[in-house]
Design a protein around this ligand. Sequence first.
Ligand code: ARG
Length: 266
Amino acid sequence: MSRLLVCEPEYFSIQYEINPWMRLSNSVGPERARIQWQGLMDVLTNKAGARLERIKPVPGLPDMVFTANAGSVLGRKAVPSRFRHPERQREEPCFEQWFREQGYDVTQLEEGLYFEGAGDLLGFPDTWFGGYRQRSDIRAYIRLSEIFGREIIPVELVDRRFYHLDTCFCPLSGGELLYYPPAFDGYAQKVIEDRIGRDRRLVVPESEALRFACNAVCIKQRVVLPEGCAETMALLADRGYEPCPSPLDEFMKAGGSAKCLTLALD
Ligand code: ARG
């Protein structure tokens, strides 16, 4: 069973600009956002077999819908995020409270040590990768590796459009990696190549990386991704995955898509 934390887009809107996708002038259609979000939930539950857990949306926190940034979870342990931007720091107590109410063993990172949860920390069962520089701090991964007892390989994100690891890097259930190499510095690209054999690396073309093709949710052989990514769907199908596209362009106005709208709880 795959449980995902989600948050309804009731207060989702563009109220500030903290990544290059966000434009105050590009306003969200609330009804469209609601329909697209519900469509994603339907695909996740009916096609991919996920079970949804919800956190109540809070007025004035327009990005709270992106629950990937709530924190990171392993078993009963949870580490809530410490956001880089003050605009999102106001979400921290809400997510922390949710983790505590659910009975997680919560560990807080020291103040000023930025870490944006599963938006930046992703991986395979025993090797994790931590995106840093744009949002999370490289130093956070030393601490997180102690807390979770996992090796975490820091990878530097160098393209402002791919500001969280989950915008350009998606580990798949069969051990393959769907990713966009130019989002990483040369050293990180090497490290990824060393760790993940050539036959396991699925490289997304730039045009589809820019449609958030890597921001996908993989549950067993189903991969839920934003619509409009035909080449990526073909790459996935070729490896035996079933791509499940979902229209999510309202959320791209904030710099997010399928994966950002969920937090994997197990
Ligand atoms: N507007 C949000 C931000 O800039 C989008 C977050 C998307 N989340 C993600 N996991 N990539 O923080």
